[in-house]
Design a protein around this ligand. Structure first.
Ligand SMILES: [Zn+2]
Length: 359
């Protein structure tokens, strides 16, 4: 794929950045590329921060199928945010000398959300911060054994497909993976779910959804949950039977397996890092209420979302670097390399999808 030969120049990608600098950088990208990029507000968090995305496409994406890429659902996973920022540069650097990116904009438009959970991300920065904070910061009503209030819902377990309602035990709100008492009770999941399941203009629907996390070097397709469910994603009961280690195959199994294997090979060619590919439930541990299972699940009932999913076939979760040596503390020196790997992975994925969809 030659990902390193057409890397992007911006020194911004040599390290991590706090929320204020990211917001400023996004505005600068739009200012410099007024015909290709615009800012989008998807919602507002508990702390009244804006959940911001950047749309990249020609003619404001008119007539193009959309690819949505999300980072920063979990505060401590800084590499997912910096990789989104790298992908923005990758897509905006499209020129005759960077044919990969240029042809992407012929076929697709992109919405990239670098920090889905800005409250949680900000909480991992600066004085008095908690570098390993994962959740958002909304109240849970739970208290720990010292009587202190526990904050935060796990945004990535708050989606309505394969949602596993927390037990009513007091204190469960103190868990780092607390999913909330009901699906979509976090403003972040609500904002993303409503964007993914909106009815786009004819030919402009969301075609692919990629949720970035860290760490583990994995490329995963549905189901991420091992809960027993019918093949369209609807659990027969409230997805409480998450004791199995296999999920039913999805109808698109062959395409998804082929794509993720090829994407892993493309990523490895860049810096020789191995990404493992496969069905989420089997390659990783079971994840309930994930954005990816929601995105993939067929729509049901009215086009307004209802209790269905978003019906996006090409939905994936990518766990970025590393395999555990540094974990969430991945050194800034690996930000650019990880961006280059993900850009190659994305180039492969888009070429595959364009071929299958005859774009
Ligand atoms: Zn995560």
């Amino acid at each position: 794929m030659g990902g390193t030969t057409r890397g992007v120049e911006d020194h911004f990608h040599n390290g991590y950045h706090n929320l204020a600098n990211i917001t400023a950088w996004l505005s600068w990208q739009v200012f410099q590329n007024p015909s290709l990029a615009e800012l989008v507000e998807l919602g507002t968090t508990y702390q009244e921060k804006v959940i911001q995305g950047i749309r990249i496409g020609r003619d404001a994406g008119r007539g193009k199928r959309e690819v949505v890429i999300v980072g920063g659902a979990h505060g401590r996973e800084w590499i997912t945010t910096s990789t989104c920022l790298y992908l923005i540069s990758h897509l905006l650097s499209a020129s005759p000398s960077t044919p990969g990116s240029a042809s992407h904009l012929d076929k697709f438009s992109f919405l990239i959300i670098p920090v889905l959970n800005p409250d949680g991300y900000e909480h991992t920065w600066g004085r008095g911060s908690d570098r390993f904070w994962r959740k958002n910061l909304q109240p849970t009503g739970s208290h720990d054994w010292l009587g202190r209030e526990c904050k935060g819902l796990d945004v990535s377990r708050n989606f309505p497909v394969h949602f596993s309602a927390s037990s009513s035990l007091t204190g469960s709100g103190c868990d780092s993976t607390y999913p909330g008492q009901e699906a979509l009770s976090s403003s972040e999941a609500r904002a993303l779910a409503s964007y993914l399941s909106r009815s786009g203009e004819e030919g402009e629907e969301v075609l692919s959804f990629i949720d970035l996390h860290s760490y583990g070097q994995l490329i995963l397709y549905p189901w991420l949950s091992c809960a027993s469910a019918s093949s369209d994603g609807y659990a027969s009961d409230n997805a409480t039977a998450a004791t199995t280690t296999t999920a039913p195959p999805i109808p698109d199994e062959e395409d998804m397996a082929e794509l993720t294997l090829g994407a892993a090979r493309a990523a490895k060619l860049v810096h020789n890092k191995v990404y493992r590919a496969g069905r989420g439930c089997e390659v990783m541990y079971s994840q309930e209420g994930s954005a990816v299972d929601f995105a993939y699940t067929a729509r049901r009932g009215s086009a307004q979302g209802g209790d269905g999913g978003a019906g996006i076939k090409w939905s994936f979760e990518v766990e970025l670097r590393d395999e555990g040596s540094w974990g969430f503390l991945l050194p800034p020196g690996q930000v650019r390399d990880t961006g280059e790997e993900m850009a190659a992975l994305l180039d492969y994925l888009l070429a595959f999808v364009a071929g299958k969809e005859r774009l």
